[in-house]
Design a protein around this ligand. Structure first.
Ligand code: FES
Length: 106
């Protein structure tokens, strides 16, 4: 189990126990975290699962791959640590991960 914290724009915090091997998006959906729509179901084709990775976690979460980078062009208010949460695989090294939900999505 890996702990992930999602923070909504209004400051509400959602602490989730996530299974390793699942995605940050899937855990948001399972736990009804507001603002993660995931319209494409995780196919990296919608950008409605956009999150801001906390800067302290950006390195551990890694850089987006080319396809994700292209899809991030369709996300609102992209920041340097923006990621599509369906492309972040939960693993032990991410225990304690903090991601924020963009204002426009919530
Ligand atoms: Fe559609 Fe992530 S769920 S891009």
């Amino acid at each position: 189990m890996t702990k992930i914290t999602y923070i909504a724009p209004n400051g509400s915090q959602f602490d989730v126990d996530a299974d390793n091997g699942s995605t940050v998006m899937e855990n948001a959906i399972r736990n009804a975290v507001p603002g993660i729509e995931a319209e494409c179901g995780g196919a990296c084709a919608c950008a409605t699962c956009h999150v801001y990775v906390d800067p302290d976690w950006a390195e551990a979460a890694g850089e987006p791959e080319a396809m994700e980078e292209d899809m991030l062009d369709f996300a609102f208010e992209v920041q340097p640590t923006s990621r599509l949460s369906c492309q972040i695989i939960v693993r032990e090294e991410l225990d304690g991960l903090v991601v924020r939900i963009p204002e426009r999505q919530a």
